[in-house]
Structure formats: C-alpha cells, structure tokens
Ligand binder design. Sequence first.
Ligand SMILES: Cc1ncc(C[n+]2csc(CCOP(=O)(O)OP(=O)(O)O)c2C)c(N)n1
Length: 637
Amino acid sequence: MILEKIKSPEDLKKLSVQERRELANELRAIIIRTVAANGGHLSSNLGVVDLTIALHYVFNSPKDKIIWDVGHQSYAHKLLTGRAGAFSTIRQYEGISGFPRMDESSHDAFGTGHSSTSISSALGIIEARDQKKTKIQRGGENSKVIAVIGDGAMTAGLAFEGLNHAGHLKKDLIVILNDNDMSISPNVGALSAYFSRIMIGDLYIKLKKETKFILERIPKVGEPVLRMAQRAEDTVKGLFVPGMLFEELGFEYVGPVDGHKIEVLIETLNRFKDFPGPVLIHAITKKGKGYEPAERSPWVFHGIGSFDIETGNQVSSDNISFSEAFGNCLVKLAKEDNRIVAITAAMTEGTGLSGFARAFPTRFYDVGIAEPHAVTFSAGLASQGLKPVVAIYSTFLQRAYDQIVHDVCLQNLPVIFAIDRAGIVGEDGPTHNGTFDISYLRHIPNLVVMAPKDGNELQDMLETAVSHDGPSAIRYPRGTVSRIQKDKKPCKIPIGESEVLKNGNDILIIAIGNSVQPALDASQLLEELGISSCVINARFVKPIDAGLIGSLAQEIKCVLTVEENTINGGFGSAVLEHLSELNINGLKIKRLGLPDRFIEHGPQNLLRKMVGLDAEGIAREALTLAGKKVRDPSSIL
Ligand SMILES: Cc1ncc(C[n+]2csc(CCOP(=O)(O)OP(=O)(O)O)c2C)c(N)n1
C-alpha cells in the first residue's frame, strides 16, 4: 500500500506519477469501505481525491493553509495528513470528526461544517499573515492560502461577499472552484447556468482559434470577415468568455481544468501558486467518481448511512422520519390550500420535500445554499397572500436570524418555519447540532414556536401554522417518528395550549418536543419507586401555557422542565421566567437541557444518555428534586 508510506504530505512529494495515480485508487477504496461501515459523505469525497493529492503535492501544509468549504469533502485530506490510522473511527464517538477541526490537526486550517465560509476565512488568514509580517516578522515566510469551494457553496451570498472583498484587497488568495454541477441535488440558479456556459466558453475559445486560422487563409474575403467578427466579439464576449464574472470581480480566472487529471492539476497549481493577486482555478470534477452507484445517483450517496458496497443498497427501514412525515403532510395540506408554497435552501431530499417538488413543481422553490435569501424571499411571498413554508435545518437557520426578526416577524408575516434536525443530530457533530433554535426564536415578538411530541402532533401543528395569521415555527428532530396516522385529518391546536399526559402530585414534569416520550418513560420509572409525577406536553415554547403551568406549579410546587435545546434561554427558562412572576411560596424548579458547551459527534442516544436527557437521567433529576426517600433507586436508575 502506498498510503502506508504517507505519514505526512511531505511523503507525498516523493511519489512517482504512477504511484500518485495508484494512491488515488487506494484513497477511493478506503473512503468507500469506511463510509459503507460508518456512514458519511461519500460522493463529494470521491470527487476530490485527485484534487487533494495535487494540492498536497504542490503546497506545503500546514505552513500553507488549505481551507475546505463545508468540509464534508475533507476525507482524502485527512488520510494524507497523518490520520489514516484513525480513519476507521471517523464520525464515531471519540473518533475523528467528519469535518475539518482545528483542534484535531494542524493541517485543518479552519473549522467548517456550514457552507460558503472558505473565501472569507482564507482572506482573513492572508490579512493576518500580512499584518504580522509588517508588524512583527518583517520578511517572514510567505505562506499560501487556498480556499477549495464547490459550485453549490458558491451560490451563497457569503461566498460573494468574500470574493468582492478579495478583489478589492488584491491579495494572493487562491480559490479552487470544485465544479461538479451538483449541490446535494443538481445545482440550481443562474450561477450554475453560468458555470455551464463557461464550459461552452471553453469550446468557444477553441472554435474561435480554429475559425481565425481558417479565415486568415482565405484570400480577400477572409480578412474583412475576420475584422467584422472581431468587432462583434466584444458584445458577446461577456456571455461566453470563461470566467468573465470572476475577472470582473478582480480575480485571475484559470480554467476550466480537468479535476481528475492529477498531473494537469499539479502543473496548473505550480503555474499559479505564486501569482501576486487573487486567482480562481476552475476544476471540473465528477461527484461520486470511481464508485458506480455514487456516480449514477450522487445525491443518494451525498450523506449516507451504512450501505452494502456490492449493491450500493442501504439497510431499508419501514419507519418514516420526521422529515418525511412533514413532507407528506405538507403535500396533503397543499392539495386543499393553493396558497401553500414550499421553499428549501438546497436541501430538497433532506427536508422531505421531494414529494412536494414532484406534486407541485410550480409551487416549489430550491433557492440554492442561501438561507437568508430563502427567508426574505418567503417574507415577500407571504406579503402577497401566499403561505410559504420554509424548511431549513435548525443549524443552518442560524444564518438567517436577522431575516427572521426583521423581514418576517417585525412585518408579522405568516411565514411557516419547518425546522428540521432540531436537537442532537448525532454523527455530524457540533457543526450540525440543532441545539439553539428554541433560544434564538423564543424572544422574537409575534412568532409562535411549537415542537411536536410525535408524528400526529407534527401534522396537527402544520395545520395550526397554516391557519395562523402570523409567523410560526415548528421544530422537530432527526430520526423516525413514533405514532403517525397518515390518513388522519390534521386538527388545529389552540395556540399556546399544552396537554396533561399524566396526573400526579409529587412532581410536575413539563417536557417539550422529543423530550416528551422520555419524560413519560421517566414518570413510569418514578412510579415504580413510589413517586407520583404529573407530565405535561408543553407543545408551545411561545406562547407557553401560562395558566395551566402556573396553576399546576402552585399545586405541586416541584417543577422539572425537559428539553433538547441548550439550557441557556430555552424552554425551561421561559417557564422559570413565568413562574418567577408568580412568587409561588416554596417552589422548587430545575431545568434539564443541554449543557453550555458544544455537543460532540456520536450516536444520538448515547449522547442523550451522557447529558442526562434519557428516561433514567430525567428520573434521576426528578428524584433529587422531589427529595423523597425511596426504596433502592439504583435497582431502576
Ligand atoms: C449553510 C449551509 N447550508 C446547507 C448545508 C448542507 N450542505 C452540505 S454540502 C451541501 C452541498 C454543497 O455543494 P458543493 O459546494 O457543490 O459541494 P459538493 O458536495 O458538490 O462537493 C449542502 C447544501 C451546509 N453545510 N451549510
């Protein structure tokens, strides 16, 4: 194995052309094997193997800084930078991360997980390098900074803010545009069409050269026709000359180059690595390269659980996910109400909207990786009487905070936020956990915030949101739904009304969303210990059911809140704030939620157990809070 010889990128530089090619095959085989076992991002990683080898061959990481946009395509980079031995642990608890992390390796120049940050962070690193050079170490070493960004990530405004600033600063930033024509699904938008035209442009240049060659050789006629053609050229040039857009932004555009020809890439990188200003190298790659099932359906293998390598099949399951339950219900509601439109930011499959897109192609919008735009676009739609449902993962909605406040809630527009992957997401880890949305939404005026305990309630909440004349948000977790009757007609829930699931008098447990079931299970454990608990499904984070919560707290005087969100400013804080107003004598209250730190990657249930959000953890807290003497609690907890 050639990879065994590669302890650091330095070793890569000793390989022959043939060995570099073999190394690419080895990397692909290891990536396929490991993702088939652990799950992960397959298609994107297979697509950048050759580019990664070329980058580490030409540049000197970690002195030179390679920044991977999104970072979901950094597996080959990890394998070449001293992590081959640990690679089998990727995405597993206490194993290496599926994304670049500065605390994992000095070769991971910048931590990522969310898209389109590479150009801005790279530019900041260059500026800091130059600040230090002039201030402290005059004439110090001139490290190179390279941002590798996909055509999908390039659709975000943030990427263009970075390009715009880079063109202005005129620093030696190298941007590699890894263009595979795909985001997770086929890429969308005018920019994507522009990249395709660049390919035509490449053809155009070749054609132009050949036409000129021929015309010059036709006596008399050739000369004037050529002059006429050259005059006309300027007007159409902007449309066809490759990379004109980037040139206008102040970049030297190079390409397009074949992103699977290692030697061509090495030659190109060598030629432009010392270029004095910003340069953009446009590499064309194929998503899923080298694994037939992934080449055929790159979106299926974009982010995938474990699968069979021979067939490419995943372990099938009869259970439906919250995302699917949401998507199916939305189709059902949209059949009845033609004001409903759906918006996604490049996550059609992930958010369960594929069925909606098929059923209502003219009422469905994939806006690209552009969450802020998705929200303001929805606000515009809502201002004209439509009912936009914008489905975004909790973690990515963070990017659109101001749009939620300023464009939706301040204007009091009936936009519905379908917030998927709320809570602990598992193997993708801290960049993807949706652990802050309750806190970042509950203080915004006009917004109704809900979380269903199961599939049926998700359907009811969607109906509630559609019939509500103001902004609303529904947060639900990654995973399969319990209890769902697909043919049940969704029913409206009165805004702010919780439900009592179980009566009891020693302790009041108020849970929200996916914490309701473990709270009920905890209540069962407590009962076995002789503790009687009242369990409330809060349903609404905002407005909370102030009346019921207040009167039960008065009565029981011992309150435990449970939520899968950060403990800071979450649902429990809402209850605490309300109860503090009531000045209840002798009230004991404890909030259970996620601790004030980022939650690492690993299986969801293990992580929940570790933070005490499983049934045993909740029962333990309840027991301590109730302060009752019980028979041997360790027999159950
Ligand atoms: C802000 C944000 N929104 C959505 C995502 C989810 N996401 C991860 S990769 C990806 C597609 C990226 O496409 P591209 O940059 O072309 O890379 P490719 O996977 O094609 O190599 C998306 C939408 C994300 N990581 N960050």
